[in-house]
Design a protein around this ligand. Sequence first.
Ligand code: FES
Length: 140
Amino acid sequence: MTDHSPNRLSPTPDGPFHAQGDIRVVTDDGDTVFEGNDTWLCRCGHSATKPFCDGSHERVGFADPGTLGKTPRPMEQPADGPLIITLRPNGPLRMSGPYTLAAPDGTTCDVADKGSLCRCGLSHTKPMCDGAHKESDFEG
Ligand code: FES
């Protein structure tokens, strides 16, 4: 039995987020850039095909173990429904809908309608955003 949401977002070691489930990625204006069950989203900030990973994390030597540090407060009950990932202009991935944040070490956190995840690569609280993009020239 699993209490986890079928939507899963996994920060991979030194690489992108792996998003699986009922996933929709939209711009801040509401335009859909991805709708499907499986995609890889850049979290190093250097992809030429943002929001998607193009392998640039290897070229730039992006280093992050993908472990969960400061995570959103867990949701009280598992829920179904799509996970909408909104691309904040020059900022983080804003999560809306149920999902399980799953680290490579097996740690998980079930979340609903919360969370801003770093995609500039500079946050000190990865995988969460800490606002570091504001002090950088990150564009995406
Ligand atoms: S994480 Fe792969 S290009 Fe950024």
